[in-house]
Design a protein around this ligand. Structure first.
Ligand SMILES: *Cc1c(COP(=O)(O)O)cnc(C)c1O
Length: 441
């Protein structure tokens, strides 16, 4: 099926279509940034996409007046549906993805003076969930080809304080779970998968979030399954589920589906409201179809971009049997574009009507970390020597380079049609041909 799709694409649009002019245009047409006509005026699908089914569920939750999980049924129905979809025993619905990560870290008893191994190429929430428990995020360099944590560099980062490995399946691509699980087993260090961008992604046909001890999702507005603000923890381990559940609801017995764990102890309120769950259940009916569209368009785009020198889509490891494509991630090489800096390339492509963005910056060097360490509470937990030691270990040269090269499209771009993918490639080709003029202009 996929092979045929690729063949058809290949016949339809060869190198000429990409590096040559768009239909009805001359190759001499100036780029939009220098006053020419943009390749695309139509825009791309918006996100989220509310429907009447969403509206019906939402209003039903509203009118029922049972606005929290103990009285209503939507939160529990959603937990059941998402656990089933993941082929997992337990799903705990949470207020958002950050709190799903926090509840998971609590379940593993991660706290002050513990170290959590994590990639610096991620959204800040991954790091903040660790910092919220006063644990140290210890950064492992990225594999720039895949943009995932470099599993080959994990073992060297392990110390007696390492309490957890937290791979992030960024953009729906999947970290090298074979090697990560091997290390986890050998060194007896649990794994929390940050699958907040990886709805329906798979490793060797198993859904991500079920490979480690716990897995976390975000259902924030921008995510592939959106509920405004919402999240979820997935696990097959009853004890971990009980702890995560307890923490997320003050360790109170609130739900006959999940008796409060004992002994009771400190928790917090990270509960999902009925409205989010009602919306998510309706959105969930469309997730698979949208995922298929994204995969098909990603395959088309991959074939077309293979003709553009200097733009390289992120590699998938052979174990990745499905990419959820929250992002379409690429790397940019200015040398192939007459030295055109990445920011200028992005500007030029955007001027053509294509919403291209730069990727993440080097989070491990972000000043928010130093400000955190300098705060009164952190100074009460960590000695100067411990933080100095952290600084010495905080070297991620491959990631530094990646943060200068990253490019991506958000998932809604992949919900457009095939002609839109061709417009993207045409715009890239146009900027490629005029790179020198744009650099000088
Ligand atoms: C979105 C996201 C989170 C946090 O989710 P929220 O629902 O926004 O709290 C965590 N990790 C990654 C990688 C994310 O993209």
């Amino acid at each position: 099926m996929q092979g045929e799709l690729l063949r058809r694409t290949f016949i339809g649009a060869g190198p000429a279509a990409v590096l040559g002019a768009a239909p009805g245009r001359s190759v001499k047409d100036p780029p939009a940034l220098l006053g020419g006509e943009p390749v695309r005026r139509k825009g791309f699908p918006s996100w989220p996409q509310p429907t009447s089914a969403d509206e019906k569920n939402w209003l039903d939750a509203l009118r029922a007046g049972k606005w929290w999980r103990r009285e209503g049924h939507y939160v529990r129905d959603f937990e059941k549906a998402w656990a089933e979809r993941m082929d997992a025993r337990y799903c705990l619905a949470t207020a958002n993805g950050t709190s799903a990560l926090m509840a998971s870290l609590h379940a593993l008893e991660v706290g002050p003076k513990d170290e959590v191994l994590v990639s610096p190429y991620t959204f800040i929430a991954t790091i903040n969930s660790i910092a919220a428990h006063y644990a140290l995020p210890v950064f492992v360099d990225t594999d720039p080809e895949s943009m995932m944590i470099d599993a080959g560099k994990i073992e060297a980062a392990i110390t007696a304080r390492t309490r957890c490995i937290m791979p992030v399946h960024l953009g729906g691509n999947v970290a090298d779970m074979d090697r990560i699980l091997q290390i986890s087993k050998k060194r007896n260090i649990p794994v929390i998968e940050d699958a907040c961008q990886a709805h329906l992604s798979e490793w060797r046909t198993r859904k991500v979030s079920t490979l480690g001890n716990l897995g976390c999702f975000s259902f924030q507005k921008f995510k592939n399954l959106p509920g405004g603000e919402a999240g979820g923890v997935i696990t097959n381990d009853e004890k971990l589920y009980q702890s995560a559940f307890g923490f997320h609801s003050h360790y109170l017995t609130l739900d006959e589906a999940a008796p409060g764990p004992s002994p009771r102890r400190n928790g917090i309120n990270l509960r999902m409201a009925e409205f989010q769950a009602a919306l998510l259940l309706a959105q969930l009916t469309r997730l698979e179809g949208q995922a298929k569209t994204r995969e098909q368009n990603a395959a088309i785009l991959g074939e077309l971009l293979a003709e553009v020198p200097g733009v390289k889509p992120a590699k998938m490891y052979s174990g990745c049997t499905r990419n959820g494509y929250h992002l379409y991630m690429m790397r940019y090489d200015p040398d192939a574009f007459a030295g055109l800096p990445r920011e200028r390339f992005i500007q030029a492509v955007r001027a053509e009507g294509i919403p291209l963005s730069a990727g993440y910056g080097p989070l491990n060097k972000d000043p928010f970390l130093e400000n955190t360490f300098a705060s009164r509470t952190w100074r009460a937990v960590y000695t100067k020597k411990e933080i100095d030691n952290w600084r010495e270990r905080n070297q991620c040269p491959a990631n530094d380079r990646l943060t200068r090269e990253g490019l991506w499209f958000s998932q809604n771009v992949l919900l457009a049609d095939k002609a839109a993918m061709e417009d993207i490639a045409t715009a890239f080709g146009k900027v490629y041909r005029h790179a020198e003029a744009i650099r000088k202009g």
